[in-house]
Write a protein that binds this ligand. Structure first.
Ligand SMILES: [Zn+2]
Length: 470
């Protein structure tokens, strides 16, 4: 077949496969739109979901220039810090300079290659000790000292300390939205692009992408349809608070595309997006969707995809060990007494093949958390902590919250499994038949604007601490 199944999401032109065009140029009177491999979550932030049936090459290039480049740049700090986990980019040799703030000196600084360096040269003078601390980048410091010499009277009397690099990494405070021109546009369009492409990939027609795509002008649009996620139920609240400990794959990327019934027989098509387990939003794609019910998820960790060697015959013991480690294979589970090299090879290749890449949400983490909590709440008062060795999650929770938590858990445990998954991030609130709707979340958001801001900041700090310690 020479055409892709779908037309281009943006220009709505038919797309022809590049190879086919290359081999059959004489069949075409003019150059057709060629398909292109599109990363639905941008490659630079570790996205792995790809499709060649979404955008033509021209539209792909345009969106890349107009949206992706500035969107992924917003995450430079995190992607640099996590670079050992992320899949290698083509330009991975480029070391990016990240601008931030020295939290105690209140000065702009760079972070480059794990080094924190002053952005502008400066000096500190200690009159009592007769010391001069001179801060500047390595290649400019000597020139700068010449300037300081002219500034400081009796320069020769001072002991000079050259500082080209700050010692403490933790003093680095990253600007996320601060000092970024048109931050909101850059951020919001990046999110809209991801969810629109995801919906299109999952078979939603162009005309049904109303709130995100203008089919007259053939462009992505923002229609005040992006709402920050804010945990409404008590359970979600605590799950998010301890997510870095509870989520095995933290930080991860999640997409949940789903429909909800409106009162008038139409549906609302929404996509929940969660990047780095931190940046969480609901994006309304269509508020009067007429298609059939939709529930599609995508979930991925950021770690590099592990290599799966097919032939282990040349592997030495040491290589086998590191392979086992890389794939989390527990070698003590080998059921052979005094295993030999060959036994290990057999065991490891069997275990490796068990692992298949699954990009739908693993609700087990969540269910495990619920189970633990139920147990923990039942043991309340006994003073024992099961969740973590050194602290009990429930210690800081009020009696009122505990009662509500138990109530939510009871409702959830009476809900069929499939339904449970479908309510993920749409927490039940009133009784077991009424789930919180988008409008309610919106109202809740308006009421708790400051709380939501605090929540966003808190999540951001969690990720920040995580990347600095990873
Ligand atoms: Zn196109």
């Amino acid at each position: 077949m020479n055409n892709t199944d779908k037309n281009c999401l943006i220009c709505n032109e038919e797309m022809v496969e590049r190879n086919f065009y290359g081999q059959n140029k004489n069949q075409f009177t003019e150059k057709p739109k060629l398909n292109h491999e599109e990363h639905i979550i941008q490659n630079a932030i570790g996205g792995r979901l790809k499709s060649s049936e979404i955008l033509c090459e021209d539209c792909g290039n345009t969106l890349n220039k107009e949206i992706d480049i500035s969107f992924v740049k917003l995450f430079d700090y995190f992607t640099q810090e996590l670079k050992n986990r992320l899949p290698k980019e083509r330009n991975s040799n480029v070391i990016k300079k990240i601008i931030g703030l020295h939290s105690t000196k209140n000065l702009e600084i760079y972070k480059k290659n794990d080094k924190v360096i002053p952005k502008k040269p400066f000096y500190e003078r200690d009159e009592n000790k007769k010391e001069l601390r001179i801060f500047a980048e390595e290649n400019t410091i000597n020139n700068y000292i010449k300037k300081v010499k002219k500034d400081v009277l009796n320069f020769e009397e001072y002991k000079i300390f050259k500082i080209t690099e700050f010692e403490q990494n933790d003093k680095f405070q990253y600007y996320f939205s601060k000092n970024v021109e048109d931050f909101n546009d850059k951020f919001v369009y990046g999110l809209i692009k991801i969810v629109t492409e995801f919906a299109y990939l999952k078979g939603i027609k162009r005309e049904e992408l109303k709130r995100c795509l203008d089919t007259q002008k053939n462009k992505l649009i923002f229609t005040k349809n992006v709402i920050p996620f804010y945990p409404v139920g008590v359970l979600d609240h605590y799950f998010e608070q301890y997510r870095v400990l509870l989520e095995k794959n933290y930080p991860s990327h999640t997409l949940i595309l789903y429909t909800e019934e409106n009162n008038n027989g139409t549906k609302r098509l929404t996509c929940y997006i969660d990047l780095f387990s931190t940046f969480q939003y609901y994006i309304v794609i269509n508020d009067s969707y007429t298609g059939k019910e939709v529930f599609e998820t995508y979930y991925q960790h950021l770690n590099k995809v592990k290599t799966k060697p097919t032939d282990l015959s040349n592997y030495e013991y040491k290589e086998l060990l590191s392979l086992a480690q890389e794939h989390d294979i527990d070698l003590t589970k080998i059921k052979v007494e005094r295993p030999k090299l060959d036994d290990y090879k057999k065991f490891i290749s069997k275990e490796i093949n068990k692992v298949t890449a699954d990009y739908s949400i693993d609700f087990n983490d969540l269910l495990k958390f619920h189970k633990y909590l139920t147990r923990e709440l039942a043991l309340l008062g006994s003073g024992r902590g099961i969740l973590f060795d050194d602290f009990n999650l429930l210690d800081g929770i009020s009696k009122y919250d505990k009662t509500n938590m138990l109530y939510e858990l009871t409702l959830l445990s009476n809900t069929p499994n499939n339904y449970k998954q479908k309510t993920y991030k749409r927490y039940l609130k009133k009784n077991d038949s009424t789930y919180i709707t988008f409008d309610e979340i919106y109202r809740e958001m308006e009421l708790n604007k400051n709380e939501a801001k605090r929540y966003g900041k808190f999540k951001f700090e969690c990720l920040n601490i995580f990347v600095q310690n990873s």
